[in-house]
Design a protein around this ligand. Structure first.
Ligand SMILES: *[C@@H]1O[C@H](CO)[C@@H](O)[C@H](O)[C@H]1NC(C)=O
Ligand SMILES: *[C@@H]1O[C@H](CO)[C@@H](O)[C@H](O)[C@H]1NC(C)=O
Length: 211
């Protein structure tokens, strides 16, 4: 309750100060004896402008403001700057490793492939193979690869064939981004657009080579 009393006291004091007839009575216009109160803050405020200016000048001297908006390729180089002067466009192409990785694993780690490999690999190599495919529990495996299994060579040919044709046959390229894509078992159009940096490689493109 003490604080309550205090604040009421303060209010009363403030009222006295600013009230009519008080020492800061403003009823007849601004008080007469006014003076600066925060000169030090004013100096610090002006100094901080100089600080900002210094940072901006240092940025200009050491850097290049166009880096703020120019596109960058997969290596982090800027298009249309330094050795890429004049190479203005940014092209995104499919990252073959990221897209074909699962197709290759699906084929190599399938039952169909295992059946074939069992007959030709030594038992040590077979263990390595099963470890790499996470068919055996081993240190490099967190879990099963979760790939759709292929049981026989004929299914392998048709299933892997239709997945690969979406990458290799330009007339089927649109199918990759359709809902009926054979690759939808691993990733669909939504995943590709949603993870552009994973599935696409950005490269600066010389404008003269682009229509
Ligand atoms: C392509 O994808 C692979 C696998 O995801 C990744 O290791 C590689 O860095 C990517 N390449 C580029 C150029 O982004
Ligand atoms: C862009 O292409 C033109 C014509 O092919 C070539 O003369 C020029 O050197 C290229 N520029 C770069 C930076 O690759």
């Amino acid at each position: 309750m003490g604080s309550c009393c205090c604040s009421r006291d303060d209010e009363a004091k403030a009222e006295q100060k600013f009230g009519k007839g008080g020492e800061k009575d403003v009823s007849g216009g601004p008080v007469k004896n006014r003076h600066c109160t925060d000169v030090l803050c004013c100096i610090i405020f002006v100094l901080h402008w100089f600080g900002f200016a210094a940072i901006v000048f240092a940025g200009y001297a050491d850097g290049n403001p166009s880096k703020l908006y120019l596109p960058r390729d997969f290596k982090g180089d800027y298009c249309d700057l330094e050795e890429y002067q004049g190479v203005k466009k940014l092209l995104r192409t499919l990252n073959v490793s990221a897209t074909v990785d699962e197709v290759a694993k699906q084929l190599i780690c399938s039952t169909a492939a295992e059946d074939a490999l069992v007959t030709i690999l030594s038992s040590a190599d077979l263990d390595d193979y099963r470890c790499a495919c996470c068919k055996l529990p081993c240190a490099s495996c967190q879990a099963s690869l979760g790939l759709q299994d292929i049981e026989d060579p004929a299914t392998a040919a048709s299933s892997i064939g239709s997945r690969m044709s979406e990458f290799t046959d330009p007339s089927k390229a649109a199918a990759l981004f359709s809902s009926g894509s054979a690759n939808a078992v691993s990733f669909d159009a939504e995943a590709i657009w949603g993870e552009m940096t994973k599935f696409m490689v950005a490269v600066c493109l010389n404008q003269t080579s682009c229509a």
